[in-house]
Design a protein around this ligand. Structure first.
Ligand code: FES
Ligand SMILES: [Fe+2]
Length: 395
């Protein structure tokens, strides 16, 4: 879709209104959340041009495993090869374009196309082409397997998250993630995030919401709704102890000075060794645009990947992480369960909010809404990022 088509769905005047200073700005109009045509444009431009969260590396535990993933309608495959390396490919055979993989597999050496049986290894190399030169002739002059491997998707793993860049032309991942790593080095230490471990059990959950992915981002950015939507969380991390975060062009969120789940739930998990003693109760919640929501506390972290399914439907996948190998011990299982339970409650409480906003975005009475110049700074920042992406979109 072209830039002009985007602007048919969302007139330029409305994008301009989003870009105004927060006190005079409107938000993105309803069509940004309900249009399927815009959804495809977002995949190919807004999201496709940058790094986006695809899956957790922990979803493929063993060497020699693979799974198909549908990313906003694009068929992809994620593999973990025999060298323990994760790869992402387009799920399409180089021969006649058959879908290669339709279900997850483990203990496998490669991928055999169900149509004419061409065979690829898990690193994407085409290894055999049965009968390509006639019955029982598996080679043919002028055809090289090297030139016909799987189509690779640029990927990078960070904090256990498999990020992809569909266009292949985004900035280096290090530049994309740099501002966040720098910010969180103050808490976790210079390479502290590398200590994080993802337990196999009791550390993940999935929620399907009838909502556009952007509403999940916006809702996560702000603490404003805390007293009304999260009364329990508000008792140990009240709204007046929060601050806004606008850390870089591609991220915003909120922080708390007084997060004390460990005291409320009686958990005693290992903590980051370098975390400043005077900030033990600090916690930060940052939306890393476009679709990864991150949380950091002294004794655990989490990441949520938003998998947009359609304009009005999103799957939210959460993974919890703890500090150091010791945190995975059986002795901490009760603590880990308590942490998961608390986040399950918080994220479940948000469902009605994002679904309620989605429902009302079909209303002609909604023109994009307005922002609190104090409380909605992080969400407005995200709206501006989206508006800029829409404006910059080209064929
Ligand atoms: S389409 Fe895959 S082998 Fe022919
Ligand atoms: Fe919330």
């Amino acid at each position: 879709m072209s830039n002009s088509k985007t602007q048919t769905i969302i007139p330029l005047t409305q994008l301009d209104a989003v870009g105004k200073p927060i006190g005079q700005a409107n938000g993105m109009p309803g069509a940004a959340y309900t249009s399927e045509a815009l959804f495809n444009f977002e995949r190919d431009q807004l999201i496709g041009n940058t790094w986006a969260g695809l899956a957790f590396a922990s979803e493929l535990v063993a060497k020699g495993s693979l799974m198909p993933i549908d990313f906003m309608g694009l068929p992809l495959i994620m593999t973990r090869d025999r060298h323990d390396q994760i790869h992402v490919f387009h799920n399409v055979c180089s021969h006649r374009g058959m879908t290669l993989v339709s279900e997850a597999k483990s203990q496998t050496r490669g991928i055999s196309c169900p149509y004419h049986s061409w065979y690829y290894d898990l690193s994407g190399n085409l290894k055999s082409t049965p009968f390509i030169g006639g019955v029982d002739i598996n080679e043919v002059e002028g055809f090289s397997c090297e030139d016909n491997g799987l189509m690779s998707v640029r990927s990078h793993i960070w904090m256990g998250i498999v990020f992809i860049n569909l266009s292949g032309a985004a900035e280096d991942f290090a530049d994309y993630i740099g501002p966040l790593e720098k910010r969180w080095a103050e808490f976790a230490g210079a390479d502290g995030l590398a200590q994080l471990q993802a337990p196999v059990d009791d550390a993940s959950m999935e929620i399907k919401v009838q909502s556009n992915w952007k509403l999940a981002v916006e809702n996560y950015c702000e603490a404003y709704h805390l007293p009304w939507v999260h009364p329990s969380l508000n008792t140990y991390s009240p709204l007046d102890q929060h601050y806004n975060i606008v850390a870089a062009e591609n991220m915003s969120g909120q922080g708390s000075y007084v997060y004390i789940l460990s005291e409320v739930a009686g958990t005693e998990l290992p903590q980051f060794a370098d975390w400043p003693q005077e900030k033990l109760r600090h916690a930060e919640y940052i939306s890393l645009y476009p679709n990864v929501l991150l949380g950091l506390q002294v004794d655990h972290a989490f990441a949520m990947i938003l998998q947009p399914q359609a304009a009005g439907s999103t799957v939210e996948k959460l993974q919890l992480y703890y500090v150091g190998d010791e945190s995975l011990d059986q002795a901490y299982q009760g603590c880990r369960s308590a942490v998961l339970k608390s986040w399950r409650q918080v994220f479940s409480e948000d469902i009605f909010a994002v679904e309620g906003m989605q429902n009302a975005r079909r209303s002609p009475g909604f023109k994009g809404g307005v922002f609190s110049p104090v409380m909605d700074v992080p969400s407005h920042h995200f709206h501006q990022w989206v508006a800029q992406g829409y404006s910059a979109g080209t064929v």
